[in-house]
Design a protein around this ligand. Sequence first.
Ligand code: ADP
Ligand code: MG
Length: 725
Amino acid sequence: MGNSGGVFDVSLKELVGGKSSRALEKSFGMATAGDLLHHFPRRYAERGQLTPFSEIEVGQPVTIMATISSVTSRHMKSKKGSLLVVTVTDGSDTMDLTFFNQKWRDRELVVGRSGLFAGTVSEYHGALNLTHPQYQLFGDGEDTHADSISEFAGSIIPVYPSSQSITSWQISSAVNVVLASLDEVFDPVPPALAQKHQLMSRKEALKAIHQPASVEEIERAQYRLKYEEAFALQVLLEQRRVERRSLNATSRRSMEHALVKEFDSTLPFDLTAGQIDVGEEISEDLGSDAPMMRLLQGDVGSGKTIIALRAMLDVIECGGQAALLAPTEVLATQHWETIQSLLGRMQGDSEIEVTLLTGSLPSTTRKRALLDIASGMSNIVVGTHALLQEKVDFFDLGLVVVDEQHRFGVEQRAALVAKGRQGIRPHLLVMTATPIPRTTALTVFGDLDISTLSESPSMRAPVETFVVDPATHPSHESRVWERMAEEARAGNRVFVVCPSIAPGQSDSDVLESDHSVEHQITDWSSISSVEQTFTELSERFPDIACGVLHGRMTSEEKNAVMDRFREGHSDPIQVLVATTVIEVGVDVPAATMMVIRNAERFGISQLHQLRGRIGRGDKPGLCLLIQGAQATDSARQRLAAVAGTRDGFELAHLDLEIRREGDVLGQRQSGGLTSLRLLRVIEDIELIEEVRTEVADLSQHADWAETVLAIEKMNLNRVAQLEKT
Ligand code: ADP
Ligand code: MG
C-alpha cells in the first residue's frame, strides 16, 4: 500500500533521477515514492557482522558483507590483460571476487577493508565466486574515503531485495532521498486503535524500517506496518460485507418446510447433526431479503449434496428456481441423476422438474431446456458453466449453488449471480471439499459466511495410503499392478489416475491448474498418460476389463464408461484409467483402490480429492501414490503429507506450510507492489482475528465511510477487487 497523497505520489524519476528510477521500475515495477517506501528491507546487517557464506544461494543475486583477506593480480597468458582476484572472508569461509582488466581497483580494494559486495554468486570447482561484483566499501570509522557508505549513519544496514541493475545500497540511497522529503504522512489507523496497540505513527514506522537506530525499533516499525496491512485488509473485507447487507434479494422463507420434511423422510439414513445445523443456518439466510453468501466447506463425503438439495427445496416451495453449477460435465450429469433419483422417492403431488444444461446437449434438447428454464417449468437446473451463457434466462432464480467452488473463476460466479431478476440477487451457496483453513477464511473469504461439516458419514471405511518410489525400489511398481489385479478380480473397482491423456497431452477439461505444483518438467516422456497406461494394463492383464475416462471424450462416452464402472453392470469396467476428471464428486461405492501415477504432478488438495473417490462403501480402501523420479523435495513432502493423514483440514494446513505464504492469497493478492508485505497469514492469524473484530466495531461508527475511502486511496484496492461476487 502506498499512495496516500503528498510525496507518496511523486514520481521516482523526479526524486531520485532517471537512472535509479529506471532500474527500480524495470526490476520491481515501482513508479512512485510510495512504492519505494514500501519496498522493505529483506533483512538487516549489523556493521561488522559479516554474512555467513554458507547461507548464500548459488545462482541468486546476493548482497554480502565481507572483509578483504587477500589481493592478487596477474597477467593472463591465454588472453591479453590482467586478472585481479580479491579474496573476501566472512570470518571462516572465503570467496573470490574476480575482475578482468581492472587492476586499478587494487587501490581501494585493500586487505582489511570491509564492505558490501553484490552480484550473482557462482560456484567454480567447489569455490564460491563473484565476477565483477558491485561493491561499496566502509570507511575506516570516519567517512574519509570517497566510496564509503555514507548513507548508513547508524550501525544497522538495511539489505534490500536487489537486482542485476540496482544494488541494495543504491536502493538505500534512493530511499534516503525520499525519506528526507517526507512531510506529513496520512495515517489511516484511528488514534484509539493506535494507542491500544502502542503503534508508532505511520511516518515514524516508515523511517524506522529503512533507517533503524536499533533492533527494537525495527520490531516496532514492522509491527506497526503489519498492523496497518491487517487493518487495511479487514476494512476492505468488512466493507464488502456492509455492501452485501445493502443488496436486495427475495426472501425465501419457507414456513412449513413441507418439501424438506417429505424429502427427509425418504432418506435411507439420518442426517448428521452437522447437516441439520447447517441446514438451519441456510434456511435462516434464505429467509432474509439480503442475499445469502455462504461458503459450505465439508470434506469429501460429508454429504453436501443433500444440504444443497434441501435448500433448493425450500426455495422451490417459495416459488423460486434453483441452479446447481458443477465444474465438469461428468459431475453435472452425475448430480442431475443423483438429484432425480433422490427426489424420485418423494410421493408428493408436486412434481419437481430437474433440468440438465451442459455444452454438449443436442440442440433440440437444449432448446427445450432453455424454454423450461425461462418459463419456470424447471425447478432445478443442473449444469456446467454453459449455464453462465447469456442466452440462459431464468424465470425466477432464487438460489445458486456452486459445487466445488475452488474450480471456478471469480468472474464465472459473478456472472451467475447476475442472473436474478432486475437487480435482485439470488442467494448464493458455494460448496467446497477443500477445507478452507482459518487463515484463508479470514482473508480471501473474509466476506462470506462460512458453514462447516466436520463429519463424513459416507466415509466410514478406512483408507490406507502409501507412497511407492520405483526409483529406489524398482520392483515395487510391478507389485502395485499385481495388487490392482487382485483387487479387480475380487470384484472391486480400481481407479488408475494419470496426469496426461496421451504423451504430452494434458486434460483441458480439468479446469483447475494447481498453482502449488511446480511445472518445470518439460520431459513429457517420463509422465505417464491414460492411453499408454491403458494399453500396458490391457496387455498385461487380459482377464481384466479396463476402461478410459478423460476430458476429450464426449459426454455420452463418458457417461457410458461411468455406468459400466458402477457396480451391477452386465458389461463391467473393473479398472478405470482416468485423468483428474474423476477428481470431484464421482461416487462409486464399489471402488476400493486407487493408483496415482506421477503423483508428484498433483497438489495436496487434488490428491486428497482423488483419494476421496475410494472408501465410500463399506470396504476398506487402498491408495498408492507412485512417485516419479523427478519429484522435487516439496513434491515428496506433499506425498508424505497425503499418506500421513486423511483429515482434509490437517492437509489444508500442511499445504499452506509447504507452499510459500504468498500463495495463500493467490497470485493477484500477494504479488505486485502494494499488497501484503509484512503480514504473514499463518503466523499472524491472531493479530488478523483481533483486527477483524476491531474493524467490525468501526463499521458501526459514523466515520466508517471515511475510513474506507482512506484505505481505498492507499492503493490496496486490488484486494477489494478479488473474489468480488
Ligand atoms: P460430498 O460432500 O463429498 O459432496 P455427497 O453429498 O456426495 O458428499 O455425499 C456422499 C455420499 O454420502 C452420498 O452417497 C450420500 O447419499 C451419502 N450421505 C449423505 N448424507 C449422509 C448421512 N447423513 N448418512 C449417511 N450417508 C450420507
Ligand atoms: Mg460433492
